[in-house]
Design a protein around this ligand. Structure first.
Ligand SMILES: Cc1cc2nc3c(=O)[nH]c(=O)nc-3n(C[C@H](O)[C@H](O)[C@H](O)COP(=O)(O)OP(=O)(O)OC[C@H]3O[C@@H](n4cnc5c(N)ncnc54)[C@H](O)[C@@H]3O)c2cc1C
Length: 477
């Protein structure tokens, strides 16, 4: 693990290495590369690149920004195809919403109980080897203990040779002649640059695309709510039903006015006496934009107050089995369902999802529900399996950039149709692989032969010719 971290090459080193005729991977003296991460001040490390005033931490083929389901798919897809790949993540761990929304199922990983791709299966395999505390496999979803999930994801990245950094935020984009040429990252040592031949934006919020000046779509009147996840324990399952918890919380709304109108139970994981709740809190606070610092602060802080009031209500109930319940945790941040989406060469829509549309340039498909937010009363409709065209991953005007997952090109409802994490991993996989192929061929991602991408995806176990689009197997969300 440590060697992977110190093995990140610098641009200056890279040119020296080229002179010595060395190949791309793993040939840097750890002392030199390690200095960047372990010692010197940013300005002492190397002169700034002409295009950016910041020290260059690394130069890579493919840079993936954001390590949620889409970013994991993209990084694994790119590295498996041989690209020198760096994944940067803002949190201290990977998994995105899957890891911070406690107890939430990772949906559509095995739709119809069938493997979906080599990438999805790598995750399943890595979880299963930690035993039945780590994961329970449902009809299409994985119910994971998030702590095992975090390690299983690291295992997968290590196995495939992805380099990664955590606590690193993409803070700006480096754009040269309408081409994204890297990202400025915010670190504890200040701002630094990572240069890349292709950047894949998997930040969920389309941060890189937005900083680079790509056209993004966000309707403040239509944003889906944000949700904090809670973990409760010490539950006597013989005597307690979730309905009792729900009734106790609702009854106390007069005393605790912040208690949100909607919240849902998530399934118990493994064998424990714990319960998980999606509290759906910001639905009551109006439409909040998670990219606005003021609104985001309101959402985060109010959600924690709401959660506390919910727990107080449970602990003050008349029911003795509820009074012993303990609140043991909340996610490290609210889960964000919707913010910016990048305008691509095609914008996927609700109609595409409901009619199970096929596209010539299909590089993935999405399955599950059209789901506008999870809280009670929100639209939740079974859709049809529908293709995702490659054009949804390619920004309309900007080069050097692809996007996947939550921030790919979709309308508000089109995004709601693709939210399940298995779908986000699938679009990430395609974007990462496309980035690697474009790098290998020295072309822009928009110039790539989609036919070749499709063939490579098939070789990675992706069935791009799903015939039964009605999801007859779909049993639950
Ligand atoms: C509350 C809630 C409940 C949900 N329920 C389910 C469910 O039950 N099942 C299901 O399958 N799906 C569910 N979803 C949907 C699903 O979780 C998301 O659609 C999916 O996680 C999106 O994946 P992503 O990788 O595109 O984005 P995210 O999961 O949002 O991941 C983005 C990653 O990028 C990182 N990041 C962001 N900005 C930067 C930056 N500037 N620099 C570096 N890193 C950055 C983030 O820290 C994060 O790790 C739910 C979503 C929410 C919010």
């Amino acid at each position: 693990m440590y060697s992977r971290l110190v093995n990140i090459p610098f641009t200056a080193e890279k040119s020296a290495r080229r002179k010595r005729g060395l190949t791309r991977r793993g040939l840097f003296p750890a002392s030199l590369a390690g200095a960047a991460l372990a010692g010197k001040s940013a300005s002492a490390m190397r002169p700034a690149e002409p295009a950016t005033k910041y020290p260059v931490l690394s130069t890579v083929d493919v840079l993936v920004a954001g390590g949620g389901p889409a970013g994991i798919g993209a990084a694994l897809g790119a590295a498996r195809a041989g690209a020198n790949t760096l994944l940067v993540e803002n949190h201290s761990f990977f998994g995105g919403v899957g890891a911070w929304a406690l107890g939430m199922p990772i949906n559509q990983v095995r739709p119809g109980g069938k493997p979906r791709s080599a990438i999805h299966e790598l995750l399943v395999h890595n979880l299963l080897r930690y035993g039945d505390q780590a994961v329970k496999i449902g009809s299409h979803q994985l119910w994971c203990n998030v702590e095992y999930l975090k390690v299983a994801l690291l295992d997968a990245l290590d196995e495939v040779g992805v380099r990664y950094l955590v606590h690193v935020r993409a803070a700006d984009a480096i754009v040269e002649h309408n081409r994204v040429a890297g990202v400025v990252i915010a670190t504890k040592r200040g701002l630094m640059a990572v240069r890349a031949r292709v950047v894949v934006d998997c930040t969920g919020d389309a941060d890189v695309a937005y900083y680079a000046g790509a056209e993004v779509m966000l309707d403040p009147e239509q944003l889906m709510p944000m949700t904090l996840s809670l973990a409760l324990t010490n539950i006597d399952k013989e005597k307690t039903r979730f309905d009792d918890i729900e009734a106790a919380i609702r009854k106390a709304r007069k005393k605790y006015p912040l208690v949100p109108a909607g919240f849902i139970e998530l399934e118990t994981i493994a064998h424990g006496s714990s319960w998980y709740i999606n509290h759906s809190g910001t639905a009551d606070l109006g439409r909040l934009d998670a990219t606005d610092p003021v609104q985001r602060t309101h959402a985060e802080c109010t959600s924690h107050r709401q959660a506390l009031q919910m727990i107080q209500a449970v602990r003050e109930s008349d029911n003795p089995s509820l009074r012993q319940i303990e609140w043991i945790g909340a996610g490290p941040q609210v889960g964000v369902r919707e913010t910016r989406r990048v305008k691509g060469l095609y914008v996927i829509t609700e109609e595409d999802a409901m009619h199970g549309r096929r596209f010539e340039d299909a590089i993935a498909w999405r399955t599950g529900y059209l789901d506008f937010g999870g809280q009670k009363g929100a639209k939740f409709t079974k859709m049809k399996i529908h293709d995702v065209p490659y054009r949804c991953l390619v920004p309309e005007k900007l080069d050097g950039l692809l996007m996947a997952g939550r921030c790919m090109s979709a309308t508000h409802a089109g995004a709601a149709a693709g939210k399940s994490m298995g779908n986000c991993m699938a679009t990430g996989h395609a974007a990462g692989l496309a980035a690697a192929l474009a790098v290998a061929k020295r072309i822009l991602p928009r110039e790539l032969s989609v036919h070749e991408l499709q063939e490579r995806l098939r070789a990675d176990g992706v069935n791009l010719d799903v015939r039964d689009r009605d999801q007859r197997d779909l049993r639950d969300a």
